[in-house]
Ligand binder design. Structure first.
Ligand SMILES: NC(=O)c1ccc[n+]([C@@H]2O[C@H](COP(=O)([O-])OP(=O)(O)OC[C@H]3O[C@@H](n4cnc5c(N)ncnc54)[C@H](O)[C@@H]3O)[C@@H](O)[C@H]2O)c1
Length: 465
């Protein structure tokens, strides 16, 4: 298969900070045709380290984008500021990250005083746009966690700000980086099933991790845009990337059948609940010392309860969702998301003119000696083929480390076009936003009616940061 030849010499922001030296060229080309794990050699450190600031010192900010960066890339970057609206959590965050920098509760003050090259946004979803926009206006490039944002007005504001400021914003779609998913992308482009015509994609969240969304701020649509946006934007981004075209029309269905008002009993949170003996969803946050330090000890500042009851009456998101999506190139998708399954994972099938490619991936795996994900390739009038892709070794199926290496190490190629900018971030959110609107109106929603983005038959690719 033809590989992308767009390996950039170095990202713009690093070049502008003088960080580019005669760094060794690392390749993320598949090893033995199987994975795109980067080689375990660190390239030459830059002359000047990248100045990084982070807003949102919760779980994701402190781990994936905090401590892991300090420990893995000490010669390439340095933290200059940490910010959170919770004054206790930002101090705990600094300790957990192990950064030697000032902390702030005032975002603009942090930007003014520390002048970062790069801002990392890991706050609650509905607030991402504020920091993405202000961050670019105040001179930084931005990396934001998914979802880029939660409604179409904020999507448009981000698109406009990127154009106006000339800065770049990268959306960290780590799901694209799992080796078995890159393999699917590769097989589709190699024409193994002929021309792609439709996709069946069904995602299952379990009664542990899935239920956790209903304990936290995610249970309200005004915070996370509902799981249509908070969670499914990962899946819609994968679809957009695999299919290589833009979504055009979305019809959605959804309901709340299990959590929230459906419970027989409820309380404010698990610690104060009188029903702990009979509730299958009872969860003791006090058993997790990290969560105690991060959330319980900082409740006094904002009242946020990490162990909220999954049956609270204020849950206003769906817990089962289905959508039909039509792509500009004619591909059609049947998608569903279920949030109370006995296991976590997904089933996918790509149907093409010459065959079909399937996978059943179980992410919460029972103890087993299997150490690979399997893709099955059925070719019409032929035998089936089993393709085994070894598990990645970092979080999210091996994707997290590959993503960070590509962002923070010099000259990592992008052979699978995994780098995602604001257009990709927008289109992933817009499918979920369209599904939400479709449920309200009972009608299909056109993506082109939501923002200035006009769906293209061939998806645009741009390597940034
Ligand atoms: N890509 C992935 O696989 C993945 C995994 C987990 C989380 N995430 C994303 O990371 C982000 C953070 O999630 P989390 O699990 O760490 O949540 P969290 O609740 O642990 O942390 C969010 C933090 O943001 C802070 N915050 C909220 N609003 C703020 C504001 N206006 N100003 C300053 N700080 C504010 C909160 O006080 C909290 O400390 C979310 O957008 C989530 O979608 C992505």
């Amino acid at each position: 298969m033809k590989k992308d030849a767009n390996a950039m010499s170095r990202r713009k922001f690093l070049a502008s900070t003088g960080a580019l030296t005669g760094a060794a060229l690392l390749s993320s080309t598949p090893v033995n045709g199987i994975t795109n794990e980067t080689a375990n050699i660190m390239p030459q450190p830059p002359a000047k380290k990248l100045k990084v600031a982070l807003v949102g010192t919760g779980s994701r900010g402190n781990g994936m984008w905090g401590r892991d960066l300090v420990q893995s890339y000490p010669d390439y970057l340095t933290f200059v500021g940490l910010c959170d609206k919770n004054e206790g959590r930002v101090k705990t965050g600094k300790e957990m990250i192990g950064a030697d920098c000032p902390t702030f509760t005032d975002f603009e003050k942090m930007m003014r005083e520390t002048k970062p090259d790069l801002l990392i946004v890991t706050t609650m979803d509905s607030t991402h746009h504020e920091f993405i926009i202000k961050g670019m206006e105040m001179g930084a490039d931005v990396i934001t966690e998914k979802p880029m944002t939660t409604d179409e007005v904020k999507v448009q504001a981000i698109l406009d700000a990127e154009k106006r400021t000339g800065k770049n914003c990268r959306v960290t779609f780590n799901y694209r980086y799992s080796p078995h998913r890159s393999k699917m992308w590769e097989l589709l482009r190699a024409g193994e099933i002929g021309e792609l015509t439709s996709v069946d994609f069904h995602w299952y969240l379990d009664t542990s991790h899935g239920a956790d969304y209903f304990r936290r701020w995610h249970r309200k649509v005004e915070n996370g845009g509902s799981l249509w946006v908070h969670k499914a934007s990962h899946h819609f981004d994968l679809l957009n990337w695999w299919i290589g075209s833009d979504p055009e029309t979305v019809f959605g269905l959804g309901d709340l059948n299990h959590y929230g008002r459906n419970g027989a009993q409820r309380a404010e949170n698990c610690r104060t609940c009188p029903h702990t003996g009979s509730c299958k969803f009872y969860w003791d946050v006090m058993k997790n010392p990290t969560y105690v330090k991060l959330y319980v000890e900082n409740e006094k500042y904002d009242g946020y309860l990490r162990d909220g009851c999954v049956f609270k009456n204020d849950v206003n998101i769906f817990d089962k969702m289905a959508a039909s999506i039509k792509y500009k190139n004619g591909v059609q998708v049947s998608y569903s998301l279920t949030t109370y399954s006995p296991y976590e994972g997904y089933r996918i099938a790509f149907n093409g003119t010459k065959g079909r490619m399937e996978a059943w991936i179980q992410e919460s795996r029972p103890v087993s000696d299997v150490n690979y994900d399997e893709i099955v390739l059925f070719k019409n009038f032929s035998r089936r083929e089993y393709i085994q892709v070894p598990f990645g070794t970092s979080g999210h199926g091996g994707g997290d480390k590959l993503l960070k290496d590509q962002i923070f190490l010099p000259n990592i190629a992008d052979p699978f076009q995994q780098c995602a900018g604001v257009r990709d971030g927008a289109l992933a959110c817009l499918v979920g936003i369209a599904a939400r609107k479709s449920i309200q109106s009972g009608q299909p929603v056109n993506i082109a009616d939501l923002t200035s983005i006009k769906p293209q038959e061939k998806k645009e690719y741009r390597r940034i940061l």
